[in-house]
Design a protein around this ligand. Structure first.
Ligand SMILES: C[S@@+](CC[C@H](N)C(=O)[O-])C[C@H]1O[C@@H](n2cnc3c(N)ncnc32)[C@H](O)[C@@H]1O
Length: 304
């Protein structure tokens, strides 16, 4: 498997991958509303879980989202009733802000700029409109965005009631440091909600084909098998952590956390294609590791 170095951005943007993503985005544009309805259900479920941890409604709070990415859907969702800050390793431009694009060019390179402008033109506006319609909002109040690395020092932005993150931790070279920073940035009684995409899931390799409609064309768990690894090209840096490592980390740092494993019916989808030979090839992995897509960790800091 090809090792990927992380520099200033977590992702790799080859021309072929970008074109593939743009083509997929063009098709997606016409189905934007369907995707948004599914996302809304998922975000509402996350909100209920955060609420249960907090013991109160997610309203009037100071919230930090780590790695919101370009979509900003969750930051905008929670931003209707809370003060939300997004912190990302990449420069995230909101609208056509020339300064952000120039900064992105300097920090993340020309490939990132081309991809961001393309994304904004092709799907960003349609998604934003669909999201606003679904939430019954005319214009979103844009979240405050800061450029930073959660694996470095905790940024001097005060403390938060909630710190949340989706699909970021699998890309971090130093998850321990990130958790330490998050714990420091939480107010007493504050809650973190961290959802990560498990490396050992079928598409945990982050080959762009798996996210652009062709997951079923790739060999099952191709990245975990010596016979198929060569066919996979991850589109981002991955720390390749397994479930046991996440459990060990969260148990050591935040022992009274809650773990939720989400499988999105992957057992029903993939198990019928698993032959005896394939299961033998994957013998070192449990069903739990193979069929879990996202592992979620939620924790409340003590009030003392
Ligand atoms: C796969 S994207 C997820 C985006 C969004 N959370 C979502 O679920 O659609 C990962 C995001 O995490 C950001 N990221 C990666 N490493 C980071 C770090 N060390 N500190 C802050 N953000 C980081 C990336 O720039 C990217 O925007």
């Amino acid at each position: 498997m090809v090792e990927i170095e992380v520099k200033k951005s977590y992702a790799n943007f080859g021309l072929g991958r970008s074109i593939r993503q743009f083509k997929h985005a063009l098709v997606k544009r016409w189905h934007s509303d369907d995707g948004m309805v599914t996302l809304l259900r998922y975000v509402q479920e996350s909100e209920q879980r955060i609420q249960r941890q907090l013991g109160k409604k997610v309203e009037g709070l100071r919230m930090l989202e780590i790695g919101p990415g370009q979509g900003l859907e969750r930051a905008r969702y929670f931003g209707r009733k809370n003060a939300v800050i997004g912190m990302d390793l990449d420069v995230i431009p909101v609208g056509f802000d020339l300064n952000s694009y120039l900064r992105m060019f300097r920090e993340n390179g020309p490939g990132r700029v081309a991809k961001s402008i393309g994304r904004r033109l092709l799907i960003g506006q349609a998604d934003e409109r669909a999201w606003a319609n679904l939430l019954g909002v005319e214009h979103f109040q844009n979240p405050k965005l800061i450029h930073g690395n959660i694996c470095a020092e905790a940024p001097p932005v005060g403390q938060f009631d909630v710190i949340m993150s989706w699909s970021v931790f699998e890309h971090l070279p130093n998850p321990q440091q990130a958790i330490a920073n998050i714990v420091k940035l939480l107010k007493p009684g504050g809650v973190f909600y961290i959802s990560l995409h498990l490396y050992t899931s079928n598409n945990g390799h982050h080959d762009i084909r798996a996210f652009t409609g062709d997951e079923d064309q790739l060999p099952l768990w191709a990245h975990l098998r010596s016979t198929t690894q060569h066919a996979i090209a991850p589109s981002a840096y991955l720390n390749r952590w397994r479930l046991a490592q996440w459990r060990e980390l969260f148990t050591a740092m935040t022992p009274d956390h809650q773990e939720i494993l989400e499988d999105f019916e992957s057992y029903e989808r993939f198990q019928p294609r698993v032959t005896k030979e394939l299961r033998r090839e994957l013998a070192e992995y449990s069903d739990e590791e193979l069929y879990t897509i996202n592992a979620v960790y939620a924790w409340r800091k003590s009030t003392a």
